[in-house]
Write a protein that binds this ligand. Structure first.
Ligand code: HEC
Ligand code: HEC
Length: 390
């Protein structure tokens, strides 16, 4: 497999511009410069992948696969990200980067890579022989986000644990018992299907703040049933990402192209205007798993299966009925990666409620969007969502 330089442009879409949040079809800009070239490879793999079920295996796409034989090729990069997250290590800790040739991921020259293979075997062995094949121990269990696992217990573990235990036994009056009831309450809380269907366009204006506290402006236009346009400004200038209902495109300075593959599915998903009133349609399976406290609020925890590898936990406030948190899990052979999205400060806009603050946190980013203005039913021309003529 040839790792082409031009592929970086595809990467830019996913990790620099498109971090998409549930519910309001929101696309926000993101400046994760760190792993540009590395992850473009993942995009390349996904682009050429046949549909699920007949997907190519890792060993047929990559050159030097030993421990992940049999894994679909598109799962290699999420797995690598799981390793990164668990060890607080980056790609370069285990992989060779040549100044001229670029990344040589297949090379075994770095000792960390060989060690990691041995660790995968050890971990599988522990789970197989001591936990009846359940994935109880992962890289993170021992490493806890650092290369060298701690040997000495941290200070003050005990008082913190007691506090957690006090949170058990939460009492809820008029407790709902099914995910259907909880979702019905949520839809009512945000204004109901009828009020939502009276809205056919939305314009959001606000700012995005990254993990370093840096703020940049963002404007998002959405039009029913499935058009979206986001305009953001970051250190490399203005970036526009659009979806006209059929095709996705982006423009960032001199770069301009179609959005394809996995990026396009994410963009399509973001463009769904009535997503929040059809929330249950995303899931093949939903179940109420628990009542838990989230940031001081008592919530219903509803688990939903999205696809073979992705699942969500949704947290609905038991009193207001509003969705206040979503945690998405991406399953890798070594364990699950998680991304948390918080929805705060719901504001009323023409009879419906929309969160005016959305925070999205992964292991390598933390973004907060704050809308200073949300306007409904403004006249937005269809042609705004079209790719500008070149
Ligand atoms: C702690 C070590 C470690 C880190 C960090 C790591 N990898 Fe890997 N990587 C491995 C190991 C081990 C393999 C070989 C897997 C096997 O034998 O099946 C591998 C294989 C790969 C391959 C397949 C190469 C080939 O052609 O055979 C790619 C691509 C890759 N890694 C990309 C990445 C990227 C991108 C990152 C950063 C996001 C990353 N890796 C971070 C250990 C690591
Ligand atoms: C049962 C605990 C345990 C698990 C599970 C575990 N590790 Fe480790 N790992 C260790 C310990 C302890 C060390 C440090 C001692 C050593 O280097 O031999 C270590 C060291 C390493 C190192 C070398 C770090 C350095 O200093 O260069 C790498 C790389 C590594 N582990 C990767 C992984 C990966 C990837 C996984 C998941 C597949 C994993 N480990 C799972 C315990 C664990």
């Amino acid at each position: 497999m040839v790792y082409k330089k031009t592929l970086t442009k595809i990467f830019l879409l996913i990790s620099s511009f498109l971090i998409i949040s549930l519910s309001y079809g929101l696309t926000i800009s993101k400046s994760l410069n760190r792993t540009k070239n590395e992850l473009s490879i993942a995009k390349d793999t996904m682009k050429t992948n046949p549909p699920a079920g007949q997907e190519k295996l890792a060993e047929n796409v990559y050159k030097n696969i030993k421990v992940f034989k049999g894994l679909p090729a598109s799962r290699i990069i999420p797995t690598m990200r799981f390793i990164e997250a668990s060890l607080g290590a980056n790609c370069g800790s285990c992989h060779v980067h040549d100044k001229v040739k670029g990344w040589e991921f297949d090379s075994d020259a770095k000792p960390g890579k060989k060690k990691a293979r041995k660790m995968v075997e050890m971990m599988n062995d522990i789970n197989q022989h001591h936990f009846m094949g359940h994935q109880e121990v992962t890289c993170f269990t021992c490493h806890g986000g650092q290369l060298n696992p701690e040997k000495v217990p941290a200070l003050l573990t005990l008082p913190l644990k007691r506090e957690d235990e006090n949170q058990k036994d939460i009492k809820v009056t008029d407790r709902l018992n099914t995910p259907e009831e909880i979702i019905a309450k949520y839809i009512k809380a945000i204004g109901g299907k009828d009020s939502f269907e009276k809205i056919t366009s939305l314009k959001f204006e606000g700012t995005v703040q990254d993990e370093r506290g840096k703020e940049s402006p963002i404007t998002i236009y959405q039009k029913a049933p499935n058009k979206i346009l986001t305009i953001s400004n970051n250190h490399w200038g203005e970036t526009t990402v659009g979806f006209n209902g059929k095709e996705g495109w982006y423009k960032s300075g001199p770069r301009e192209d179609k959005v394809e593959g996995d990026d396009l599915s994410q963009l399509k998903d973001a463009a769904e205007f009535y997503k929040n009133i059809n929330i249950e349609k995303d899931y093949t399976k939903l179940r109420l798993s628990d009542v838990v406290v989230v940031d001081g609020d008592t919530t219903y925890e509803v688990k939903g299966t999205l696809s073979q590898y992705l699942s969500d936990k949704l947290y609905f406030d038991v009193n207001s009925g509003l969705l206040i948190r979503k945690i998405q899990y991406d399953q890798t052979p070594l364990g699950n990666l998680q991304v948390q999205t918080d929805f705060k400060n719901y504001k009323e806009v023409d009879g419906v409620k929309i969160p005016s603050e959305i925070q999205k946190i992964g292991y390598d980013y933390n973004q907060r969007i704050t809308y200073s203005s949300i306007k409904a039913n403004e006249d937005i021309a269809d042609k705004q969502f079209e790719q500008p003529a070149q």
